[in-house]
Unconditional design. Structure first.
Ligand code: COA
Length: 336
């Protein structure tokens, strides 16, 4: 049997502060009803001052290591849109917090697709023997990017982290990651942005015609993002199902990026999957960007929705634009 990377543990971590729709309705011109019916979200978690993305990431990764019974990893990849700072990367900080000084550690930036990009990178490293145990973490302190005057993004995003530990194993065993579909379309870069803080800001200043104003807040053009997310998550899922040799009837759970319950239902419908097979946890965590899929996996494992032998389809869309999908048979994981 061919070598493969296999999921050995999954864990999530949420900052303690819960922010309800009712609280946000005091801050913005919005209502609990609008948020629930347009997004499916009822609450989300937010970091308190003094808590950075690396703190959330390290907690999730620590739980994943505990759940696996392993004492360490030889590769750490952190997918995030909200690194601790622009330079250096957050992953070495996370590795150091775990006592893993000396291991390769790097960040992946693909916004809401970031976890799947990082998972692919780690799976290749494990499959080729470069790493024996790889920690893949999706972590966001997304609230730190939100414009207090923008009700649309203000109600959607939440903070949190999710982590998986990959180990070396065989293709075909439960938990093995064999097929990935990943893609991007940079012509859609303007749909989801944080304009300031990069070299473009300096480049634009030097142009005679100027350019789009720089802006430190997260901006999203909601409607086209909604439509592109449905289209690309569906197409990417179809391509990976084809590569895996599964038909849509084989899929027990669609664990999609938790951007909006209506997006997840639309993707399920386009794929021909009953909507109850779309695993949903956005109601209690909001859109946690790169943390969204591993948090959904951790919650699905903890509450028994994901059971050993279930066939799981992961699919995401995010800024860039980027998208990705993969499949796996859910392994027998310890629940601690
Ligand atoms: N409360 C009340 N009204 C709000 C609101 C809020 N929090 N946010 C927006 N609105 C208003 C808009 O201003 C608009 O008003 P108008 O018709 O008077 O202009 C109205 O609601 C409808 O806005 P629209 O953008 O058409 O709503 P929508 O049904 O597309 O839902 C999103 C908006 C943002 C929820 C939806 O487009 C979405 O989920 N997009 C993708 C989100 C995402 O998570 N992307 C991340 C990467 S994948």
């Amino acid at each position: 049997m061919a070598h493969a990377a296999v999921i050995a543990a999954v864990a999530g971590h949420l900052p303690p502060r819960v922010v309800t729709n009712h609280e946000l309705a005091e801050q913005y011109d919005t209502t609990d009803e609008w948020i629930r019916t347009r997004t499916g979200i009822t609450r989300r978690h937010r970091v308190d001052p003094g808590m950075a993305t690396s703190d959330l990431a390290a907690e999730a990764a620590r739980h994943a290591l505990e759940n696996s019974g392993e004492d360490g990893a030889d590769l750490v990849i952190v997918a995030t849109t909200t690194p601790d700072r622009p330079c250096p990367a957050t992953a070495p900080t996370v590795a150091a917090k775990l006592g893993l000084v000396g291991v390769p550690a790097y960040d992946v930036a693909a916004v809401c697709t970031g976890f799947l990009y990082a998972l692919h990178s780690a799976a290749c490293a494990v499959r080729t023997g470069f790493a024996r145990r790889a920690l893949v973490v999706g972590a966001e302190a997304f609230s730190t990017l939100l414009d207090p005057a923008d009700r649309t993004t203000g109600v959607i995003f939440g903070d949190g982290a999710g982590a998986v530990l990959l180990r070396a194993g065989d293709s075909g065993e439960p938990g093995a990651l064999d097929s990935f579909d990943l893609g991007s379309d940079g012509t859609m870069a303007d749909l989801i942005t944080v304009r300031s803080g990069g070299s473009e800001e300096h480049a634009l200043r030097g142009r005679p015609t100027g350019g789009p104003a720089t802006d430190a807040y997260f901006r999203m053009d909601g409607k086209p993002v909604f439509m592109a997310a449905v289209r690309h998550m569906t197409h990417s899922a179809r391509r990976v199902l084809h590569d895996t040799g599964w038909s849509i009837e084989d899929v027990d759970h669609l664990v999609g990026h938790q951007a909006n319950t209506r997006i997840l239902r639309a993707v399920a419908e386009k794929l021909g999957l009953p909507s109850q097979r779309a695993l949903i946890n956005i109601d209690r965590v909001g859109n946690t960007a790169a943390a969204s899929i591993p948090l959904a996996l951790a919650h699905g494992q903890a509450d028994g929705r994901l059971r050993k032998g279930d066939r799981v389809l992961l699919s995401a869309f995010g800024g860039g634009a980027t998208w990705g999908a993969t499949t796996l048979t859910w392994p027998d994981l310890p629940v601690l």
